[in-house]
Design a protein around this ligand. Sequence first.
Ligand code: NAP
Length: 284
Amino acid sequence: MTRYGVVGPGAVGTTIAYELAQADNEVQLLGRSDKRVEYAPGNNQLRTSLEVTDIKKVEASFDVLFVAVKAHQLDAVMPDLAQLIDDNSIVILAQNGYRDLNRLSIKHIYQAVVYISGQKDGNTVTHFRDEILHLQRDESTQQLKRELDRSGLHIELEDNIETTIWYKLLVNLGINSVTALGHDTARVLKVNGMRELVRNLINDGLKVAQAEGIQFETTLINDIIRIYDGYPDEMGTSMYYDIKDRKTLEIDYIQGYIYEKARIHNLNTPYLDTIYTLLLAHQV
Ligand code: NAP
């Protein structure tokens, strides 16, 4: 039986562990200490609680290890990961932002594009919607998808994950930036001129993606705006909650990543530059 591990008992990690356990998989949720996390599933099912084991106490190695810590928390967790895997293990980063996987010395590592919406408050996780991870298609991920077919964790396989990563980067660039800097939920999109600002911001990001060789449909910006239109007013983003709670923001891996690429390609990206600089001023 495949041994699954999930590092990071937050909104994303707890949802992954919950869905794997619901389908009778062998799964262990690992965190910074032994504790229990209260979990409220988004589909009106009963609240439950999941056991969390201190990552430093685990000696076994996992066949598949999901890593759902925030992007800036990954470096600190890397030494622990090395103890939890062997040469055949698959490691799946379930995080937002862009990560150069070649810089992480893990043999079989994948960047997932995460569509799971939830929020952690203390030791309680509330799941709002979606349980989807997009992964690069290859033999290992095809097998994983088959294994998880009966679980509530949906694996979508992509022929070119780079495009899917960039798509999510651009979605996050718009909504995360304005909810964080506007100190409001998706309601902020109703502020006069905000939709125009978001369009211009995504357009700057799109220029960078294109310079990186990523191809999108010409309708991309309208498509993303349509996604935002589907958000309920009260929906927050992780960057909105992080700025509200005075936590470190993931800007180095989203806005900052795109900004650095814009410099490399000598692009004129005034909206991106302004937003990134303002976010830097908020960085804890
Ligand atoms: P989160 O709720 O803050 O959870 C992160 C978890 O990682 C926390 O439980 C934290 O432990 C744990 N952690 C941090 N450092 C650790 C370490 N060294 N060892 C073990 N555990 C450690 O974050 P999240 O919202 O799940 O986000 C995870 C990633 O998914 C982020 O990149 C985020 O942008 C992305 N994402 C989130 C959502 C969403 O709706 N939440 C949606 C899409 C993508 P403590 O509990 O001790 O702090």
